[in-house]
Design a protein around this ligand. Structure first.
Ligand code: NAP
Ligand code: ZN
Ligand code: ZN
Length: 352
């Protein structure tokens, strides 16, 4: 074991604060990583404040982790000391069930092990602690190779925001000739816009923020629609093949279901802490589909990273110091993210 420092919440109503804890030593299949940057996902906030229920405290969030390999176990062949690597939302799964065998570890029948707030199935059952910390030790099977020619800080958000939008875009065949709508221009939404555009789809962004219209176009949307403008919404009825909804709070999804063409699909990736009522008539009328999608598998995460490397796609980020995390959370709650906060881990104290 070795001592590590991080930022954790000790209760749902307490701010994140400096925290010292022990990490396991590098096992035969492990990679030890010195963390350089960690993205700030809205899920971190939902969980640190126990908005979904089920958070175990202390909760140390962070699942968009980029860093250098500093040590490898004896069985590790894929990575070497000095490599730039990433860890996303998962650090383990059963590896044997149908979903795991298909490379869909996020749907593991026994439940995947989350990078934080997960129960570590192979290392004594401890609750996992995430990337708001100086280092992490992760099984090589859940470590990703990062494109080396791009800014590592701006790559960090690909490990959750990127894969969570890539997975449904690929599954529902976003590409040339397809109309794709993206709802909500936050961390996930801005990656959905960039990736859908790079895949060749015709992209429309729906936002509640007038101040984001120009950015939506700059990020790759062909059109930006203010969702409170009823006339503009009417014009798009029955026209989308796929809509990715990345909104973090309660909102009317029926307004978006009605924008789908026959057999079109609305995929919910945003996870508000309240139910979103669905008007069934909207589904029946044009045989529309309503689905959800959870992060993405390890193989498809690597595929997405390689794609981003080839197409020079990174996230638009605002770098923060570790001690600015609570301010970042408050800004995220006001939809004031342009478009992902990333923590510079050099600002994490080595000793607390
Ligand atoms: P974020 O950066 O805070 O973005 C959320 C965006 O939603 C905001 O920027 C805003 O966009 C819009 N929004 C916020 N409140 C709204 C409201 N009341 N009504 C309508 N629109 C509103 O969050 P994120 O990190 O992208 O995460 C988005 C959601 O996805 C969170 O719930 C998160 O937990 C979830 N998530 C799910 C997965 C998964 O596996 N499915 C993975 C990661 C995250 P505009 O200003 O453009 O309207
Ligand atoms: Zn996330
Ligand atoms: Zn499994």
């Amino acid at each position: 074991m070795f001592t590590c420092t991080g930022y954790a919440a000790t209760a749902a109503d307490r701010p994140l604060a400096p925290f010292t804890f022990e990490r396991r030593d590098t096992g035969p299949d492990d990679v030890r990583i010195d963390i350089l940057f960690c993205g700030v996902c809205h899920s971190d906030l939902h969980q640190a404040r126990n908005e979904w229920g089920g958070t175990t405290f202390p909760c140390l969030p962070g699942h968009e982790i980029v860093g250098h390999v500093v040590e490898t176990g004896e069985n590790v062949r894929k990575f070497q000391k000095g490599d730039m690597v990433g860890v996303g939302c998962m650090v383990d799964s059963c590896r044997e069930c149908e979903s795991c065998r298909e490379g869909l570890e996020q749907y593991c029948e026994e439940g995947f092990v989350g990078t934080y707030n997960g129960k570590d199935r192979r290392h004594g059952g401890d609750i996992t602690l995430g990337g708001y910390s100086r280092s992490i030790v992760t099984d090589q099977s859940f470590v990703l190779r990062m494109p080396v020619h791009l800014d590592p800080a701006a790559l960090a958000p690909l490990l959750c925001a990127g894969i969570t939008t890539w997975s449904p875009l690929k599954r529902w065949n976003a590409g040339p000739g397809k109309r794709v709508g993206v709802v909500g221009l936050g961390g996930l939404g801005h990656m959905a816009v960039k990736l859908a555009r790079a895949l060749g789809a015709e992209v429309a962004l729906f936002t509640t923020s007038e101040s984001k219209i120009a950015d939506g176009l700059r990020l790759g949307a062909h059109e930006v629609i203010l969702s409170k403008d009823d006339d503009a919404m009417q014009k798009h009825k029955n026209s989308f093949d796929l809509i990715i909804d990345a909104v973090s709070a309660k909102h009317d999804i029926n307004a978006y279901l009605s924008l789908l063409r026959r057999d079109g699909t609305l995929v919910q990736v945003g996870l508000p802490n309240e139910p979103l009522p669905v008007a069934v008539s909207g589904l029946l009328r044009k045989r529309r589909n309503f689905s959800g999608s959870l992060i993405g598998g390890i193989a498809e995460t690597q595929e997405m990273l390689d794609f981003c490397g080839k197409h020079n796609i990174t996230s638009d980020i605002e770098m923060i110091r570790m001690d600015e995390i609570e301010t970042a959370y408050e800004r995220m709650l006001r939809s004031d993210v342009r478009y992902r906060f990333v923590i510079d881990m050099a600002t994490m104290p080595e000793k607390i």
